[in-house]
Design a protein around this ligand. Structure first.
Ligand SMILES: *Cc1c(COP(=O)(O)O)cnc(C)c1O
Length: 446
């Protein structure tokens, strides 16, 4: 792959990207068949790692049900529903005969209220498990019931000596802060200037230390990483580099496989599955895409959705490995109301993992995010935050553009569309205060 991009080399996509207009990029490097293990950040990961992450969450489930009252009903399982959305098809421009629309409702994920409940929770649990094993509080072969011991004073005293820190635009901080403090860690969240005040307030109410930074997401992460590096009792959750986060996200694929089966949705050559995932630094959508491609196979097509002013992952995929472009280099502002996606530079491990796996990326304007947030409310009653709306322009981008049509034709997918499933991943919204949500709706209606 080339390491520098010029608009001429990338054709119309780069020109649109420069002008901050919605565009679609299709990955020429995508492979239908994947090796069992894939290189990432000097390591190799495969389905077994996704299964291990899911097993870890299952071991902790009884403990989580005790720590979080809202998890009692699911016995400690943190999962979201799969929702049919037939009434949303027409508003989104998905014609009959082009496939059926579903929503993977991570905006309803308990504890964190966003997709970050998956990766963030997993990384905190992995850190707690390692400490507890090192200090002999649980055996290597301990089962779920044994993990209840981690709520006892001995474990809490151990955890209280450690700090879990993270840099975030908001939602990752909410997830890490809440998970870490519930286990007894002290928690520090470094937040960027664009983080919403209510997210900071919610964390402070739970005893989490919030450090505010004047700069953007990248600056908040760098500050948090530097501070934690000086403290041997500090674990820094590194959103730009962490494999634990990525694998926590990937475990979503195992549960989704069951949900698809229960809903009678096949995924095979005659029944392709298109998945549209909001993308910030790329860890969450890359983890999920990795899981989906390994669990469901070649007929899953994953697309990442980014704001027109923050298309860091699309830029990274176009530039290829060896480069690490920033949206600022392209004259873009990184200004967007989609605070969960306001990231100037992609995660390199996520991009490395997606090189052969991802089908494409597209961008969306803030106005479209707000309009579709309202369409979602009207057609389904679901309340999502602006970031979580980014996937909804995916079907029209793919089916309604010349580039998308040409790609579908070349992949042999046009004839399969009547039996296709379009799955939009909604990534956050549960804890948005009602007054804030009303402002979103007003803007979307205007
Ligand atoms: C964090 C986040 C994403 C994207 O996750 P990344 O790992 O940053 O790509 C999408 N939607 C919401 C609501 C988020 O908070």
């Amino acid at each position: 792959m080339n390491t520098s991009i010029t608009p001429a080399e990338q054709g119309g996509t780069a020109a649109l990207l420069l002008r901050a207009e919605p565009c679609l990029w299709l990955n020429p490097g995508r492979q239908a068949l994947l090796p069992e293990l894939q290189p990432v950040a000097g390591s190799r990961i495969g389905l077994a790692d996704t299964q291990a992450a899911a097993a870890r969450c299952a071991r902790f489930a009884p403990l989580l049900a005790r720590l979080f009252p809202e998890l009692q009903a699911t016995a400690g399982v943190i999962e979201s529903p799969l929702l049919a959305a037939p009434r949303l098809q027409a508003p989104l421009g998905l014609a009959p005969g082009q496939g059926r629309l579903w929503i993977k409702a991570d905006h309803l994920l308990p504890v964190a209220g966003s997709i970050k409940a998956r990766g963030g929770m997993h990384e905190v649990l992995e850190f707690a498990e390692r400490l507890a094993q090192q200090h002999g509080l649980i055996a290597a072969q301990a089962g779920p019931a044994d993990y209840l011991a981690l709520a006892d004073p001995a474990a809490r005293e151990l955890f209280a000596r450690y700090t879990v820190a993270v840099g975030s635009t908001g939602n990752l901080g909410l997830s890490i802060g809440v998970a870490a403090s519930a286990l007894g860690f002290s928690a520090v969240v470094h937040m960027s200037a664009d983080a919403k005040p209510w997210k900071k307030e919610r964390l402070r109410q739970r005893g989490v230390q919030v450090v505010e930074h004047a700069g953007d997401y990248e600056a908040a992460v760098a500050a948090g990483r530097a501070q934690a590096a000086q403290d041997p009792f500090s674990h820094f959750v590194d959103d730009e580099r962490s494999l634990s986060l990525l694998l926590g996200y990937s475990a979503a694929a195992l549960h989704l496989r069951t949900q698809l089966r229960d809903a009678g949705i096949a995924v095979d050559a005659a029944h392709p599955l298109f998945v549209y995932l909001p993308c910030g630094v790329g860890g969450a959508p890359a983890g999920i895409s990795f899981g989906l491609r390994h669990v469901l196979g070649a007929h899953v097509h994953c697309f990442f959705a980014e704001p027109v002013q923050s298309p860091c992952f699309m830029l990274q995929m176009m530039a290829g490995q060896g480069a690490h472009p920033s949206v600022y280099d392209w004259g873009l502002s990184n200004q967007t109301e989609a605070d969960g996606l306001a990231v100037p530079r992609a995660s390199l491990p996520a991009a490395e993992l997606m090189a052969q796996l991802l089908s494409g990326c597209f961008t969306v304007t803030d106005d479209t995010l707000f309009r579709q947030l309202v369409q979602v409310l009207d057609a389904t009653g679901e309340r999502i935050e602006p970031s979580a709306a980014a996937g909804f322009s995916g079907p029209a981008m793919l089916l309604g553009s010349a580039a998308g049509q040409a790609w579908l034709g070349a992949q042999g997918l046009l004839a399969q569309l009547p039996r296709a499933t379009h799955l939009v991943w909604t990534t956050g919204g549960l804890f948005v205060p009602p007054a804030e949500y009303q402002r979103f709706v007003q803007r979307g209606q205007a």
